[in-house]
Write a protein that binds this ligand. Structure first.
Ligand code: ARG
Length: 470
């Protein structure tokens, strides 16, 4: 008979059993379910709701089940619907009727919420570590090639010369915000729902704070109905993950372009590429492509969960069981992507000369030529027009700006002197962009220092999180 079978006079249709069951995916949360039950039983005894002896038999039974699951000796049953009833049923089989006392003052509605909070909280500290690890990879690559100049792009057209390190650090700083968003998700995940019961609280004299303290939660949910219905922390996680994946997808796009024959700015390590079954010459950037592709499924999970929750009346509805598969898949996708990305970046070869050589044949220094005229007193708008004409002239002559003679420069403005050639050399263009956060060597040097400080701050945060890990 089902744990809830009392009022039923018929067996559940097998199709319905299969359709409503969640054990195939929520079995992942066995550790959290058992930890939550141990904390609950301990609290029940402390509050005099269970005898101390009863609680200790229950707790020992739960620990044995944990050992069985970890040894692969536990078989999960679809007929027992979910992880909560699989474990409770087995507990009663092992220790007898006293096992049935564990569910006093509790419902699966607050139990599943507790498990999911615990599960996600543990994963968040791991994901935080992986973000930091990827930031370290960006920092390492930047540092290894700290003086390399490359074209910077807007509209995917050559724009101004930049340091390759500056480009890498841009990704580092995106991840700083991802880490910040993770902190907010953590804050809302670190809330304890148990004791909400089915929706209205319980008639028993429980101590919710005691349960929260045992499990290291920062806060207890204020409102029992909110506690069992809230999936904001999952939505926030999926939003955080979507933005993070969007960032990885952007760098993927650049990696894919840069490794093409058209750019040849980088070469990915053989260990991080795959070949073609027909074209023997191919070496494809599959990791970057797949990360870009997997971004789609994470966005999808966010949309799915927003849609699941949008029409739901309070409090628990079975629709909420749909929260888990997307959550778990997102956790797996994000962790895998972050991990494989860090190793790919560290092993990729930077073709420094190709990056810098690309600038020899373009007009990336045009803004510097205009800035030169501004320092000689010309209003910027006029300087812009002068340089625009010079560029058109150079293109017609099949030249670049650096090929023009002083006489040719002077045709466009009498303000040009011999020092113009130095002013438009790429090294000068880079070192002159010395405003805070700019691409000059000194500013990028400062940016490295700030990045290292961020990594230290993030470590302090992670140390706080891991204290709460089961
Ligand atoms: N498996 C369920 C879920 O994941 C657990 C809660 C079930 N509660 C209920 N009243 N049927 O949401």
């Amino acid at each position: 008979m089902k744990l809830w079978g009392g009022r039923f006079s018929k067996n559940t249709d097998v199709l319905v059993e299969e359709f409503t069951s969640s054990i195939s995916f929520d079995c992942r949360m066995y550790k959290e379910d058992i930890a939550g039950s141990i904390a609950h039983a301990t609290m029940l005894a402390k509050c005099g709701i269970l005898e101390a002896e009863e609680a200790s038999v229950i707790i020992d039974g739960l620990k044995d089940i944990l050992a069985d699951i970890e040894a692969g000796k536990f078989s999960f049953e679809v007929s027992l619907e979910d992880i909560h009833m699989n474990i409770e049923q087995r507990l009663t089989e092992r220790i007898g009727a006293v096992g049935g006392k564990l569910h006093t003052a509790r419902s699966r509605n607050d139990q599943v919420a507790l498990d999911t909070h615990l599960y996600l909280r543990r994963e968040l500290s791991e994901i935080g570590g992986l973000i930091k690890n990827l930031q370290q990879a960006f920092l390492e690559v930047a540092q290894k090639h700290e003086n390399v100049i490359m074209p910077g792009y807007t509209h995917l057209q050559r724009a101004q010369p930049i340091l390759f390190a500056h480009h890498m650090l841009a990704y580092f700083y995106m991840l700083v915000r991802d880490f910040d968003r993770l902190n907010l998700v953590y804050k809302h995940t670190d809330m304890m729902p148990l004791g909400a019961g089915a929706l209205a609280g319980t008639t028993f004299p429980i101590d919710r704070q005691f349960v929260a303290d045992q499990l290291g939660f920062g806060k207890v949910y204020d409102n029992s109905m909110d506690a069992v219905s809230d999936r904001d922390y999952i939505l926030e996680f999926l939003s955080f993950a979507s933005i993070l994946m969007m960032h990885l997808s952007r760098i993927s796009e650049e990696i894919i372009l840069w490794s093409s024959a058209e750019f040849q700015f980088i070469e990915l390590d053989d260990a991080h590429c795959t070949g073609s079954s027909i074209m023997p010459q191919k070496k494809n950037p599959d990791v970057a492509e797949l990360v870009r592709g997997k971004t789609g499924r994470v966005f999808g999970h966010l949309m799915a969960m927003l849609t699941v929750t949008k029409g739901l009346p309070l409090a628990y509805n079975k629709d909420l069981q749909e929260d888990k598969e997307g959550l778990f898949d997102t956790i797996d996708t994000v962790k895998f992507s972050l991990t494989v990305y860090a190793s790919m970046l560290k092993a990729m070869k930077i073709r420094e000369e190709n990056m810098t050589d690309a600038l020899a044949s373009d007009f990336s220094n045009a803004t510097d030529m205009a800035d030169y005229l501004v320092t000689k007193g010309l209003p910027f708008r006029q300087a812009h027009a002068v340089v625009g004409k010079s560029v058109a002239y150079a293109i017609a002559q099949n030249k670049v700006l650096g090929d023009l003679t002083l006489n040719e420069f002077k045709q466009f403005s009498p303000l040009f002197e011999a020092d113009i050639l130095k002013a438009i050399q790429v090294e000068h263009c880079v070192s002159a962009r010395n405003s805070f956060g700019g691409t000059s060597y000194t500013e990028v040097g400062q940016s490295f220092l700030r990045a290292k400080q961020y990594l230290l701050d993030e470590q302090i945060q992670l140390d706080k999180y891991t204290k709460n890990v089961l």
